[in-house]
Ligand binder design. Structure first.
Ligand SMILES: [Zn+2]
Length: 276
């Protein structure tokens, strides 16, 4: 038996519909062919999962309705989109199976699997981008790690200076953008230096300020056109994170000072940029 024949007969084999001789031939092939055996085990596991999870074959009416309407939207939107995401390719490829499920006509387990995968993709696509957990949380984790590392590893600054006219040229020379470096010592936030860091898959500037015995890392990088413009505060693991944007840059301040003080810092920072 060839692999092609084995795969073709796999559904029947899994459903116990084959004659004993063919069964035996498939079993013999599975014993000899790692690839087909792997496919068989994957399919069998999938069938078990589906069997356990869904005691009936037709999706609940509400789910069907949601899938149908988002399928319609997806189809309507398609010609307008330039970038094609992987999920949409899958979506397009699986539409016939999905229709089979939705219409309630005879089904096969592949269609059920496709529908379950699709339901997950649809659910994900129905959640607005910004509400998705993940991106921000992931970045917050990186920001806190960077902040803590800078304090622990004796590597708070690459260029230690309270003079913005020393820190700024140093950063400008190292980066492909020119971050604003402000002196806020009059207002109780002393600039103590700058550092290069790597966040969100790109080199960023870290400005380091001191408030009494606390440090503030301000991470700065250019804001993309698609940047999320809402201001955000995150409080986690005893650290405060504050995110804001201006016309050019994306800022994330991280510190263990209070949220109120960090907001005060942000306001002073923005005011001083505006007055330049
Ligand atoms: Zn094979």
């Amino acid at each position: 038996m060839t692999c092609e024949e084995a795969i073709k007969l796999m559904d029947g084999y899994l459903d116990g519909e084959l004659d004993p001789i063919t069964n035996q031939k498939i079993e013999q092939h599975l014993g000899e062919c790692h690839k087909c055996d792997h496919a068989y085990k994957t399919h069998a596991a999938l069938i078990r999962t589906i069997g356990n999870a869904t005691p009936y074959y037709k999706a609940p009416a509400e789910l069907r309705e949601r899938i149908q309407s988002s399928l319609r939207e997806e189809i309507a939107e398609q010609p307008m989109r330039n970038g094609v995401r992987g999920s949409q390719v899958l979506f397009r490829r699986r539409q016939p199976e999905l229709r089979t499920i939705l219409s309630g006509t005879p089904w096969n387990w592949l269609a059920v699997a496709a529908a379950i995968i699709l339901a997950a993709i649809v659910a994900l696509n129905l959640v607005p981008r910004l509400q998705r957990p993940g991106a921000d949380q992931l970045l917050a984790t990186q920001l806190i790690a960077s902040h803590v590392r800078s304090l622990m590893a004796n590597h708070l600054t690459d260029v230690a200076s309270s003079d913005q006219h020393t820190v700024k040229p140093w950063l400008d020379a190292k980066l492909d953008f020119a971050p604003p470096v402000l002196d806020l010592s009059q207002q109780g936030f002393s600039l103590i230096g700058g550092r290069l860091d790597y966040l969100d898959n790109r080199p960023v500037a870290a400005l380091v300020y001191q408030r009494r015995k606390h440090f503030i890392n301000v991470f700065v990088w250019p804001a993309g056109a698609e940047a999320d413009r809402t201001m955000k505060t995150i409080s986690r693991q005893g650290y405060q994170l504050l995110h804001w944007l201006d016309s050019e840059f994306n800022y994330w301040a991280v510190s263990d000072i209070s949220a109120k003080e960090l907001q005060e810092f942000e306001q002073l920072f923005e005011e001083q940029i505006a007055s330049h």
